[in-house]
Design a protein around this ligand. Sequence first.
Ligand code: GLN
Length: 381
Amino acid sequence: MNPIFSNIQTSVFETMSKLARETGAINLGQGFPDGPGPRDVLEKAADAVVNGWNQYPPMPGLPELRQAVARHYAEHQNVSLDWEREVMITSGATEAIAGALMALITPGDEVILFQPMYDAYLPLVLRAGGVPKFVALQPPHWRFDEAMLEAAFTDKTRVVFLNNPLNPSAVVLPREDLDLLARFCVKHDAILLSDEVWEHVIFDGREHVSALSIPALRERTVKIGSAGKIFSLTGWKVGFSCAAPELFRVLTKAHQYITFTTPPNLQTAVAYGLQKERAYFDTMRADFTRSRDRFTKGLIDLGFDVLPSQGSYFVNVNIAPLGENDDVDFCMRLVKEHGVAAIPVSAFYAEIPVKTVVRFCFAKRDEVLDGALERLAGVRG
Ligand code: GLN
């Protein structure tokens, strides 16, 4: 068996969700909202299942969805895309990422990864034959600088793998950091794999800057998006991969031999949803902002050291002031003794982990958050 997968542990999200189920803990670990999702989008999908097309859709996706993605990004992010030559639909962002890595990496190529990194990234990079070069970001700002990039880039760098907004740190990169990264990508002729799945889940008036909107990166970026995150329907697994035609052509080749297509009915519903007026997205952000604020205030009132959340479904707590120095151990006690599941951030590092930060998902109903806070009160004694 391939050692990359045979030696790997079960994903931390699955592990913590399983523990939450077994212990009856409140699950603030794995990131998913507990609301039903937008009713009209759900009905559109139901109607498309019963009355629509249920055979293979075209390999790169339904034209109506590819057009809707292009229109959506033009309107919301000032990115102009040719839907036929630059937009592909995938079975979730994870498939888009796996396909892009398979398509872009020749074994031996170096791939830059920013830690903390989403847990799927490294195994997929390794399986594609990539040689990881890590940049370790540190709390509280989680930013990189020129010296860190200088140390990571070489003449073998082929792919730079960025997640912005960044899960789990819940920060949004300032524009100047993207410009700095762009300079390095151009200098080393590297491709930026830009996982932007949190693009709509950002707070306090922030605007998402897509890597594709930066002229120096326009022809060398693969932008990945996710309907699951945009519509709070994380189980749908409908993703988008957008890139200039030369890259795009190769991405479609990988996709055609991984999943080939994505369920057509869900594609129809997502195409409908992406055309919603701006107010829908503003309301979604306002709702998440309220949950973030409610939970953050609750944590602060209990005396926790909170790292403020700028985007995503997550907020982090620094556990060092509690006298804790092992986040995994802390999370195990939290779920087993206090009845709250959370995610140890060290799970997002391959080397030199930050071991004193714990991630909580606040995308939950008020009573769930309040229930969790009540239990967390016990941690502070
Ligand atoms: N993206 C989700 C998170 O960060 C997890 C998805 C999964 O469980 N694979 O919590």
